[in-house]
Design a protein around this ligand. Structure first.
Ligand SMILES: Cc1ncc(COP(=O)(O)O)c(C=O)c1O
Length: 333
């Protein structure tokens, strides 16, 4: 009931050490762990400490828009690098490093947000070597590590980082539910100490009761049981969603079934626009949401992310049904 540590609840930090070392191949101690209120806070704290005005941050040519906003809020300069089917193109990052000082590279290596592609092994090693050689930080946002349907999760870059370049960020907000504002930032002790000072200014110690509850939840094995349970459910939902989208609306959309995560990167055929679809969809009680956020770089790629994990079978049928009604209304013959 009293004041606690600005690093977050001690019991949760200790539990996370064992949990993250066992599940993600990390080699950390309590001194490397700071509890946050979700990944977003980890991105913000890192950017506050790493970046000054005009410092260069490398991001994908499509990227998680809130990360972009966080870096821009710090007046950093974003340089966008191509993301292909093997993830961010590290040769392009190397070329940039030869021309100018890069402060940080922001990555969602497990499943790139928004395209869902996984960063391949060769590029992971290349990037870690570049970070060591050119002395930049890698902000690894591992927001959906737990969700892989076709193979075992791929260990984060942080598990191979021997030089302290990686700031590893994760949370329970995707794994359990966004309402639980608990995340973690993993980095060298020196960095974590500075982050704790900064965090103490804005948020004295987080939510100790919630953090204790999660310490128990993880320690008892309930989190692992939860993950095993939802994995099966989400895989079924992914399969149903992708099947219906292909069977019922395949002529209008292109997509690849994602190997993991909770969303499908869906391309609308060039003759149609998401602006029209989202307007007409409203008539059929379908909210497309903020579709512009997937193209902040204005590439005009005509893709958006459609989440499937939050909908049960009936809702997925209904979603496709309403999308079909929408498309039928605007169909060009
Ligand atoms: C790539 C990515 N990073 C971070 C977050 C923020 O997560 P949190 O709820 O843990 O702050 C999200 C949420 O959608 C996300 O998609």
């Amino acid at each position: 009931m009293s004041y606690g540590s600005t690093y977050g609840n001690t019991a949760l930090r200790e539990v996370l050490v064992d949990y993250l070392n066992a599940t993600r191949g990390l080699h950390i101690a309590k001194e490397n762990v700071l509890i946050t209120r979700g990944s977003q806070m980890g991105i913000w704290l890192s950017s506050q400490l790493l970046l000054k005005k005009n410092d260069v941050v490398v991001v994908g040519n499509t990227n998680y828009d809130s990360a972009d906003a966080t870096f821009l809020n710090q007046q950093a300069r974003l340089i966008r690098v191509l993301v292909d089917k093997h993830g961010i193109v590290t040769d392009e990052i190397e070329n940039l490093c030869k021309q100018q000082q890069i402060k940080a590279v922001y990555l969602t290596s497990h499943h790139h947000h928004p395209t869902t592609v996984t960063l391949c092994a060769q590029r992971r090693i290349h990037l870690l070597n570049l970070a060591r050689q050119y002395n930049f930080a890698i902000i690894e946002d591992d927001y959906d590590y737990d969700f892989n349907y076709n193979h075992a999760p791929i260990l984060p870059l942080a598990s191979h980082d021997t030089n302290g370049n990686v700031i590893y960020i994760g949370s329970v907000c995707k794994t359990v539910a966004p309402v639980f504002r608990i995340g973690y930032l993993i980095a060298s002790k020196e960095f974590v100490d500075e982050v704790a000072k900064l965090r103490g200014i804005v948020d004295r110690q987080g939510d100790a009761l919630l953090e204790l509850t999660f310490a128990d939840f993880i320690k008892s094995g309930d989190l692992d049981r939860h993950i095993r349970k939802v994995m099966k459910i989400y895989k079924q939902r992914r399969d149903l969603f992708c099947k219906l989208l292909k069977d019922e609306l395949g002529g209008f959309f292109q997509f690849e079934t994602p190997k993991g995560g909770m969303a499908v990167w869906t391309k609308l055929n060039a003759n149609y626009s998401w602006a029209t679809i989202s307007e007409v969809a409203r008539k059929h009680k379908l909210e497309i949401g903020d579709w512009q956020r997937y193209d902040t770089a204005k590439l005009k790629h005509n893709y958006i992310r459609i989440g499937f994990a939050a909908y049960d079978e009936e809702e997925i049928h209904e979603l496709i049904n309403r999308l079909k009604k929408t498309i039928n209304e605007i169909k060009i013959d």
